[in-house]
Design a binder for this molecule. Structure first.
Ligand code: HEC
Length: 301
C-alpha cells in the first residue's frame, strides 16, 4: 500500500479525522460534561429584569396587552415578573432563530484578532450550557456585529427604532426592517417586538461587565467596590501623576452614591476612598492650582 502516495494520504486522512474528532467533539464534550444545563428560569438575572421592566415603563400599553398586569403582593409580584420575563426570553429566542438573525450575527467572541477589544470578554463554554442555546447560535457569518455582549449596550428605544427601520440609525444598513414586530410605528412594539428586545438585552446580561462598551477604558477613579484592591489601584495611579482635577470630588460623589443600606461591606469604600486620596494627595495635582503647574512642567518634554 505504501508504494503509492495514496497510502500515505489514506493514513494521514484517518489521522486528521481522529484529531478533528478529539478537538471538536471529545474536548468540548469534556468541557461541558459536568456543567448542568440551565433552564430559562435560572437565566433571569437583575440586569435582565431591569431591562424587561424598562419595557413595561416605556411601552405600558403594548406590555399590558402582551403580558397583562403585575399582581399586587410583593412575593407574587416578583414571581410574576420572572415568569413573564422567562416567557419573553423563550419567544424572543424563537424569533431570533426563525427570522434567521444568526444568518448575519454571531454569538461567539473568539480568543483571536483582539475580538475582546471590540465586543467584550471572550466567550466561555459555560455560557452556552443553557436552554436558550439549543440550537447553539454561534452563527457562521458576521454581516452584522457579534451580539453575545449586546445586552445593555443600547436602550430598548434604540432597539425598537432599529428593528423598525435599521437604516434610520445606521446609514445604509443591510439589516432588514422588521415591521411585523410593531403595530404600525416604532413606538408601538407588539408582543414579538417586546420578546426579541428582551432576548437581545439578555445577551451578555450574565457578565460582570454588563453593559459592555466598545473601547471601554477602566476609570481612573477609585471604585466603591471591592474595597482594598481599588484603594491601592487609586494610589498607584495617583503616583503616576494621572489623577485628574476633580478626582477628589468625583470620588466623594461615587462614595456617596453607594447605597449604605445595601450591605455593611458597601460602607467601607466610603471611608476608605477619601483615605486613599489623603495619602496620595501630596504627590498629586489634587489641589486646583497644582494641576496647571504640573501640566506646564511636563509640556516641554
Ligand atoms: C442581512 C443581515 C442581517 C440580518 C438578517 C439581521 N441583521 Fe442585525 N445587523 C446587521 C448589520 C449589518 C448591522 C450593523 C448595522 C446596523 O446597526 O444596522 C446589524 C445590527 C444589529 C444590531 C445592533 C448592534 C449594535 O449594537 O450596533 C442588533 C441588536 C441586531 N442587528 C439584531 C438583529 C436581530 C435580532 C435580527 C433578527 C431579527 C437581525 N439583527 C437580523 C445585519 C443583519
Amino acid at each position: 500500500m505504501f508504494e503509492s502516495k495514496s497510502g500515505i494520504f489514506y493514513i494521514a486522512g484517518i489521522g486528521f479525522f481522529v484529531l478533528a474528532f478529539v478537538s471538536n467533539a471529545l474536548v468540548p464534550w469534556l468541557m461541558y460534561n459536568d456543567i448542568p444545563e440551565k433552564t430559562v428560569a435560572e437565566l433571569i438575572n437583575p440586569n435582565l429584569r431591569y431591562q424587561f421592566e424598562d419595557l413595561a415603563r416605556r411601552y405600558p400599553k403594548a406590555f399590558e396587552a402582551a403580558y397583562g398586569k403585575p399582581p399586587g403582593g410583593d412575593a407574587e409580584h416578583d414571581a410574576w415578573w420572572n415568569e413573564k420575563c422567562g416567557d419573553a426570553l423563550r419567544v424572543g429566542h424563537k424569533i431570533y432563530v426563525g427570522e434567521g438573525c444568526w444568518h448575519c450575527h454571531s454569538q461567539f467572541i473568539r480568543p483571536v484578532s483582539n475580538e475582546e477589544q471590540r465586543w467584550g470578554p471572550v466567550s466561555r463554554s459555560a455560557e452556552y450550557q443553557n436552554e436558550l442555546q439549543r440550537p447553539v447560535l454561534f452563527g457562521t457569518r458576521r454581516v452584522g456585529p457579534d451580539l453575545c455582549r449586546e445586552g445593555g449596550r443600547r436602550s430598548n428605544d434604540w432597539h425598537a427604532v432599529h428593528f423598525f427601520k435599521p437604516d434610520s440609525l445606521s446609514q445604509a444598513s443591510p439589516m432588514p426592517e422588521y415591521p411585523w414586530f410593531f403595530d404600525g410605528s416604532a413606538d408601538r412594539p407588539n408582543a414579538r417586538g417586546l420578546a426579541i428586545m428582551t432576548y437581545i438585552q439578555w445577551l451578555g446580561s450574565w457578565q460582570e461587565s454588563y453593559p459592555y462598551y466598545e473601547a471601554y477604558v477602566e476609570s481612573a477613579l477609585p471604585k466603591p467596590v471591592p474595597v482594598k484592591a481599588d484603594a491601592e489601584a487609586a494610589e498607584g495611579e495617583a503616583a503616576e501623576g494621572e489623577a485628574e482635577e476633580g478626582m477628589a470630588e468625583e470620588a466623594e460623589a461615587a462614595a456617596e452614591a453607594t447605597p449604605s443600606d445595601v450591605a455593611p461591606a458597601a460602607e467601607t469604600p466610603a471611608n476608605e476612598a477619601p483615605a486613599a486620596e489623603a495619602t496620595s494627595a501630596p504627590e498629586t495635582p489634587a489641589v486646583e492650582g497644582a494641576a496647571p503647574a504640573e501640566a506646564a512642567a511636563e509640556a516641554p518634554k
